[in-house]
Ligand binder design. Structure first.
Ligand code: ZN
Length: 435
């Protein structure tokens, strides 16, 4: 124990000489679409913010230096379609058992920000906030469902009377810091009402609308949705589902989608358990119809099915021929802009230091779609390290850690809390590291 204390003391003496940086990531390939950087750079972090990005930064200036050569250094990934309203105990409901707790799925995937896509509506948003959002270490943002009761199943989601624009917009404006959009989803009827009311709420609150277009109906064709009903900046999710004529009968991308994109409508992946098919995505991408943003539609069953997780969905786009740089841009800066959170998804000096350190593994991999059909790929993203607000929250292979044999015999938590937030019991059990 004495040795351990001595180590602590020497650390604190060391840190008395003011270092310019808390953490330095050295030699990785920085992909920062906002700033047009795709090159080997060092990234320095200080007090939770990006402090410098340069070809060479002196490690003598940093409290902690981690060599990330051969890896991608990306802004923390942003997944704008997830379901994380867990914990209510409601069976068969996205405001309950079908949702997952975010932290167990995010950091291990390089994800630092998620947007819940309509699990809650104005009636239960504040319960969601108290139960999950305020307690999660992941940054949880929200698309409020136009259905006041949120995504609690068909009985609620088809109730046109509970799709009110005014209270939805009012709740969105009350929680501007969390609510980034309005969602409509799973509507089975032929009416346009859910979309119209969602757009009305989005217009009042000045936020985008995300549409899961529900059952296919000739009365409300996809082309009309994206060329007439949605505004520029609104988001069509599940864009490779094939469930609503995303491809025409002769295999061409729906001309309405091409037209909608020209108008500024956004096309998002939203993979999910039933919204991504190789027989749709492959021809669409061959024809040049790429997604604006890559998102998972994470929930209990999609995580166990073909979707799995954010990096698996991103890897599918590598298998479809996109570059790693492009896939990263579609999972960081693009979604940040779509949800109007331009302080996220980039590594500008002064930006919040959310960072994903990713490896592209080479090998033989198989990727499944919603139907269980496989596409083989030779590359796969793996998260080596995730940093949130300047602190390491996930470190797969201990890149930033010493071998245990080099530590004092009775070592306890030793990493400096200015860059480390992995050690779960820091400040609790094992209180020696409290200071
Ligand atoms: Zn969803």
């Amino acid at each position: 124990m004495k040795k351990y204390i001595a180590l602590l003391v020497s650390c604190s003496i060391g840190s008395a000489y003011a270092q310019n940086y808390d953490l330095l990531l050295q030699g990785g390939r920085v992909v920062d679409a906002k700033n047009g950087i795709a090159a080997i750079r060092d990234v320095a972090i200080k007090e939770g913010r990006i402090a410098a990005v340069a070809p060479k930064i002196d490690p003598g200036q940093a409290l902690k230096t981690i060599n990330v050569a051969g890896l991608y250094v990306s802004p923390g990934l942003i997944d704008i379609h997830v379901h994380v309203f867990a914990g209510t105990g409601e069976r068969g409901s996205y405001a309950g058992d079908s949702s997952v707790y975010p932290d167990g799925y995010t950091f291990r995937n390089g994800v630092t920000t998620v947007a819940d896509a309509g699990s809650s509506g104005y009636r239960n948003f504040e319960d969601f906030k108290d139960r999950i959002i305020d307690r999660a270490r992941t940054r949880v943002l929200v698309f409020l469902n136009i259905v006041g009761n949120g995504m609690r199943g068909g009985r609620y989601e088809n109730d046109l009377k509970d799709m009110e624009a005014a209270p939805t917009a009012a709740m969105a404006m009350k929680h501007k810091d969390i609510v980034v959009g309005v969602k409509t989803a799973h509507y089975s009827g032929p009416e346009w009402t859910p979309v119209e009311h969602a757009v009305e709420a989005g217009t009042a609150a000045k936020i985008p609308v995300m549409v899961d277009f529900g059952n296919d109906h000739p009365e409300r064709p996809l082309a009309d949705l994206v060329t007439k009903k949605l505004r520029p900046g609104d988001i069509y999710t599940h864009c490779y589902s094939g469930l609503r004529h995303e491809l025409t009968d002769n295999g061409k991308v729906n001309p309405g989608m091409v037209e909608g994109r020209k108008r500024g409508v956004i096309f998002d992946v939203g993979h999910g358990g039933g919204s991504f098919a190789w027989r749709i995505a492959t021809p669409a991408i061959k024809q040049g119809f790429l997604p604006d943003s890559i998102s998972t539609d994470l929930h209990v069953s999609s995580a166990a099915g073909g979707m799995k997780d954010m990096l698996n969905v991103m890897s599918k786009f590598l298998a479809l021929g996109l570059s790693a740089d492009d896939v990263i841009a579609k999972s960081t800066w693009n979604p940040a802009r779509e949800i109007k959170r331009e302080e996220l998804g980039n590594l500008s000096v002064g930006a919040i230091a959310d960072v994903a350190v990713l490896r592209v593994e080479k090998g033989k991999f198989g990727f499944l779609d919603m139907y269980g059909a496989r596409l083989d790929g030779a590359q796969k993203f793996v998260a080596e390290m995730t940093i949130k607000g300047g602190k390491v929250v996930y470190d797969l292979n201990g890149l930033g850690r010493p071998a245990w044999t080099t530590l004092p015999k009775d070592y306890l938590y030793f990493a400096d809390p200015r860059w480390d937030a992995v050690s779960p019991a820091r400040g609790g059990r094992g209180g020696a590291a409290k200071k």
